[in-house]
Design a protein around this ligand. Structure first.
Ligand SMILES: Nc1ncnc2c1ncn2[C@@H]1O[C@H](COP(=O)(O)OP(=O)(O)OP(=O)(O)O)[C@@H](O)[C@H]1O
Ligand SMILES: Nc1nc2c(c(=O)[nH]1)N=C(CO)CN2
Length: 170
C-alpha cells in the first residue's frame, strides 16, 4: 500500500501548557507535529488562558485545539504525541499537575476505540470547557488554513495580543 492509498483521517488534538515559556511549548509542539511524516496541521483555534481545573494549586494554562490530517493509525498517532511531549520536557510527577506540554487525542475521524492505552473520543473531553471552547472554534470557523498562517497566528502572542483570558464558569 502506498501513502496515497492510505485513508487520510481528520483528527483533533488538544494542547495545554502551564510551565514557562507556555507559548514556546505550544508553538514547538505544533511545528513538531507538522514535521512528522503522515501528519499535516490544517487548522487551529485561538489560544485561551484558563484557570487550572482538577488540581487547582498550579499556574494558569494556555490551551488550544488543532485539526490535523493524518494517515497514522490512532495507536501510532498516540505514540507520536507522547514522544513529542517527552522531547519538550514533559514529566509525569503528579496527576493533572504542571506540564510543559500536554497533547491529548480528542477525536480521530468517527472512530471509537477503547484499549488499555487509548480511549477515543477522549473520555474527559466533554467535562472540560478548556477543550470544548477551542474545539468548537476550530470545528466551526477555522478549518483548512495553511500552516504558514499558523506561525503568523502564534506571533500575535507576543505582548499577549490575541490571548483571551477566560475563566471556567462554576
Ligand atoms: N485519547 C487519549 N489521548 C491521550 N492519551 C490518552 C488517551 N486515551 C488514553 N490515554 C492515555 O492516558 C495516558 C496519560 O496521559 P496524560 O499523562 O497526558 O494524562 P493527563 O493529561 O495528566 O490527564 P488526562 O488524561 O485527564 O488529560 C497516556 O499515556 C495514554 O496512554
Ligand atoms: N485549565 C486547565 N486545567 C487542566 C488542564 C489544562 O490543560 N487546562 N489539564 C489537566 C490535565 O490534563 C488538568 N487541568
Amino acid at each position: 500500500m502506498t501513502a496515497e492509498d492510505r485513508e487520510r483521517i481528520i483528527a483533533y488534538v488538544a494542547l495545554g501548557s502551564n510551565i514557562d515559556n507556555r507559548e514556546y511549548y505550544l508553538q514547538s509542539a505544533i511545528a513538531a507535529l507538522n514535521e512528522e511524516t503522515g501528519i499535516t496541521v490544517t487548522g487551529l483555534s485561538s489560544i485561551y488562558e484558563t484557570e487550572p481545573v482538577g488540581y487547582v494549586d498550579q499556574s494558569a494554562f494556555l490551551n488550544m485545539v488543532i485539526q490535523i490530517h493524518t494517515d497514522l493509525s490512532p495507536e501510532v498517532l498516540l505514540v507520536t504525541l507522547l514522544a513529542i511531549e517527552t522531547r519538550l520536557g514533559r514529566t509525569r510527577d503528579l496527576r493533572w499537575g504542571p506540564r510543559t506540554i500536554d497533547l491529548d487525542l480528542l477525536i480521530y475521524g468517527d472512530h471509537r476505540l477503547t484499549t488499555p492505552d487509548l480511549i477515543i473520543p477522549h473520555p474527559r473531553m466533554l467535562e472540560r470547557a478548556f477543550v470544548l471552547v477551542p474545539l468548537s472554534e476550530v470545528l466551526f470557523s477555522r478549518q483548512d488554513i495553511a500552516f504558514e498562517s499558523i506561525s503568523a497566528h502564534l506571533e500575535k502572542l507576543e505582548g499577549k495580543e490575541g490571548v483571551i483570558l477566560w475563566k471556567k464558569a462554576q
